[in-house]
Design a protein around this ligand. Structure first.
Ligand SMILES: [Ca+2]
Ligand SMILES: [Ca+2]
Ligand SMILES: [Ca+2]
Length: 299
């Protein structure tokens, strides 16, 4: 009897704690381990929605959202325009409230496990000095376990500071053969910081992959950067980024039937990303490729 009573008290305390949690920071500094991520905090999460193609896939066309000139891709299709829903980005969350970690959750239309044979990569590209040229590309192999791990996690940087060619973000007029992401900063726990980036499958959702990287890597808690997610099966070569410089629109193809001669996807197939997302600042001047919801509206 005494035992039962104490269980009830514990249960009540837990309910009170959960209720309080809604009004206070869910992660206290003391709870955050600087060497291993935990759970993503639940407040102040940035949410990015991407087009998804489950309703148009049977017609072998993307729903939309593929704008070659802006580097927006909506190509979760193979070269026969068969649909690859396990790389079709649907929702991407970023949370910076933890004192040590930036958390990202990337959710696809279908379970990531479905794509195991295709060896998909999921990742993030980041422009950390806001010149529209990317500095870092994080890629993560999947499927993987639900424990945080560094195996198969890679961070690349670029040695010529020419990501994006003559016109960053936008398709160059002439093919531009820059070096792309050619320099390894971190691989499977090897690097200056062996705990720089971790990844796991979501323990609660097989459609969701989670990445956590250290704030300190991107300017600390107040760091300002542009970021956007990638899911890749066909074109996975980081030295060919940005794709709209290395490939002409003709060579890259298009997933949208109404784009006529460009259809279907050709060299640049099996990739999905979103527009560019600002974090830690409000973009003022023109930043090409911003996600649609932040594009200046015509007056
Ligand atoms: Ca997309
Ligand atoms: Ca940059
Ligand atoms: Ca360019």
């Amino acid at each position: 009897m005494k035992y039962l009573k104490s269980v009830n008290i514990v249960a009540i305390i837990m309910v009170v704690a959960m209720a309080l949690g809604a009004f206070s920071s869910p992660v206290a500094a003391a709870d955050s381990d600087p060497n291993k991520p935990g759970e993503m905090p639940t407040i102040k999460t940035q949410t990015v929605h991407d087009q998804s193609n489950e309703n148009t896939a049977s017609d072998k066309t993307a729903f939309g959202g593929d704008v070659f000139n802006l580097g927006w891709y909506e190509r979760p299709f193979d070269q026969d325009m068969n649909y690859l829903p396990f790389i079709d980005l649907q929702t991407v969350l970023m949370n910076r409230q933890d004192p040590n970690w930036v958390y990202v959750k990337m959710s696809m239309v279908n379970a990531i496990e479905e794509g195991a044979d295709s060896k998909p990569l999921y990742g993030l590209e980041m422009d950390t000095d806001l010149d529209n040229r990317g500095e870092f590309l994080i890629t993560v192999t999947a499927p993987r376990g639900t424990e945080w791990a560094t195996d198969g996690v890679t961070v690349l940087s670029n040695s010529d500071n020419m990501i994006g060619g003559v016109k960053p973000v936008l398709a160059d007029t002439n093919p531009y053969e820059g070096k792309g992401y050619d320099t390894e900063v971190f691989k499977s726990g090897e690097g200056d910081d062996p705990n720089l980036v971790f990844a796991r499958m979501s323990p609660s959702d097989p459609k969701t992959l989670e990445i956590a990287f250290k704030h300190s890597f991107v300017g600390g808690a107040k760091g300002k950067y542009m970021w956007f997610p990638w899911a890749m099966v066909g074109m996975q070569d980081p030295t060919k980024m940005e794709f709209n410089d290395h490939f002409s629109r003709d060579e890259a193809g298009s997933p949208i039937k109404t784009e006529g001669k460009y259809y279907p996807v050709k060299a640049v197939w099996g990739v999905d990303n979103t527009g560019r997302v600002p974090s830690g600042f409000e973009p003022t001047g023109l930043m090409p490729g911003l996600i649609e919801s932040l594009q200046p509206k015509p007056q």
